[in-house]
Structures are given as structure tokens and as C-alpha cells.
Design a binder for this molecule. Structure first.
Ligand code: PGA
Length: 248
């Protein structure tokens, strides 16, 4: 049995005071559950949030990580820096990074490797644009995104990684993939891994992301290959994030 996981992606939102009430609100609403829960917060909030979540079930993550270990890379944050604050996860290859900041399949794979070098679990985001879906390229796009990581890190690396399927057309748009649309791609991703390593395929958590909300989470999470969610907008409110967490 795979453990489910719900991850909040706060993106570039909020203030430190807002981060405090949100993190503490989530912690206050945690109850004995079988699913794991984490928040990926802005870099500058990591030291504070790290102290607030210490000793709780709420894990901490970053929204990105450098593709190099250290050196003259102005503006980047290394995996070693994140481990100093007990970051368990780092998102890599979010579509906003790919679209607005030039991340490529190869640079995402390098970030994935850097995270793992420091025992941080990468949350690898994959997904197609609307245009790619309409041109029946969804699986080819996913293949290329996964191939780049397999080529650089090897299939065994997926033994300590999370994949998030995030159709770009569903992110922040209010247009969620239907349960069946999401399941189809999740199953495809699991089969891709299974063709190389069945044990890892059975074990890896594959999250859905893209306008997941309290009212659609239950249906999505009930799908056999959907192991939880990467939640953007709805994770900025403790109550709605907790409702999603409790719908597992
Ligand atoms: P959304 O974002 O839930 O606001 O669509 C998800 C994500 O980008 O991770």
C-alpha cells in the first residue's frame, strides 16, 4: 500500500505573518490520518516555518532547488542550504519554472539529482499544455520529461522521489482534469516506471495538481493511481487545505 501525500505549493504568496498563521492553522487542524502532509513555502520563509513545524506531522519543502551544488550562481539556493532547515521535499520542474524561467528537461533533471544528493525528496512535476493535449502529444511530452531524469539519475532514483502530474491547462485556471483524464495519465506514468522497475512503480507516489479543491479532491484521490495532490491556490487557506487532506 502506498501512503498518500498532500503537498501545499504556496508559490510567491503571502508575508511572514501570513505564513505563520497559515502554517500554525494547518498544524492546529492536523488529526491522526494515514496520509502524509507537507508545505512548500517561499525560500525566505523556510527558516521560520522550519521552526514552527518542528515536532509536528507537517513536513517542509522548497519550491525549487539549484542544479549545482555551490559556487558562483547568483540567486540560486543549493540543496545543502535547504537541508540545514530540515526541508524534506523540493519541487523541481514546476510548469511555472519551465514556462517563465527557462527550466528545461535537462536542467530539471540536474535539480532532481542535486536534491537527492542531499537526501531531499524531489517532487518532479510533469504535464502537458492544452495545445499539446489537443495535438495528442500528452504521452510524448510526459515521456520526454521522465526520460531526461531517467537518463541522468537512473530509474533507481525514483525509489526516493515523488512525481506530480500537473496538466498545465489546469493550473490556477479552475479547470480541473476529470477524475478519468487524470487517472489515464497517472496510470501511464506508473506503467512507464513499471516497464523499467515494477517494484519502484508500485511504490512511487504520483500526485495530481491543477485546480484541486475541497469539492473535487475526493473523486480524484479515489482513482487507483492518484496518491494525493500538489495543491496551489487551495493550500493558501488552512481550512480548504485541511479539507483536501482529510478527503484522502
Ligand atoms: P493550483 O496550482 O492548485 O492553484 O492549480 C497547482 C500547482 O501549480 O502546483
Amino acid at each position: 500500500m502506498r501512503q498518500s501525500l498532500v503537498v501545499g505549493n504556496w508559490k510567491m504568496n503571502g508575508t511572514l505573518a501570513g505564513a505563520e498563521s497559515l502554517a500554525k492553522g494547518i498544524i492546529a487542524g492536523l488529526s491522526e490520518g494515514s496520509a502524509a502532509i507537507a508545505i512548500c513555502v517561499p525560500y525566505v520563509h523556510i527558516p521560520s516555518v522550519s521552526a514552527w513545524v518542528k515536532g509536528t506531522e507537517l513536513a517542509l519543502g522548497a519550491q525549487n532547488v539549484a542544479d549545482k551544488s555551490s559556487g558562483a550562481f547568483t540567486g540560486e539556493i543549493s540543496a545543502a542550504m535547504l537541508t540545514e532547515f530540515d526541508c524534506k521535499y523540493a519541487i523541481v520542474g514546476h510548469s511555472e519554472r519551465r514556462t517563465y524561467y527557462g527550466d528545461t528537461n535537462e536542467s530539471v533533471a540536474a535539480r532532481f539529482c542535486q536534491a537527492q544528493e542531499q537526501n531531499i525528496i524531489p517532487i518532479l512535476c510533469v504535464g502537458e499544455t492544452l495545445e499539446q493535449r489537443e495535438q495528442d502529444q500528452t504521452f510524448a511530452v510526459i515521456d520526454a520529461q521522465l526520460d531526461a531524469v531517467v537518463n541522468m539519475a537512473g530509474i533507481a532514483s525514483f525509489g526516493s522521489a515523488v512525481i506530480a502530474y500537473e496538466p498545465v491547462w489546469a493550473i490556477g485556471t479552475g479547470k480541473t482534469a476529470t477524475d478519468e483524464q487524470a487517472q489515464e495519465v497517472h496510470q501511464y506514468i506508473r506503467q512507464y516506471i513499471a516497464a523499467k522497475d515494477q517494484v519502484i512503480a508500485d511504490k512511487i507516489q504520483i500526485l495530481y495538481g491543477g485546480s484541486a479543491k475541497p469539492d473535487n479532491a475526493k473523486g480524484l484521490f479515489a482513482m487507483p493511481d492518484i496518491d494525493g495532490g500538489l495543491i496551489g491556490g487551495a493550500s493558501l487557506d488552512a481550512e480548504s487545505f485541511l479539507k483536501i487532506y482529510h478527503s484522502i
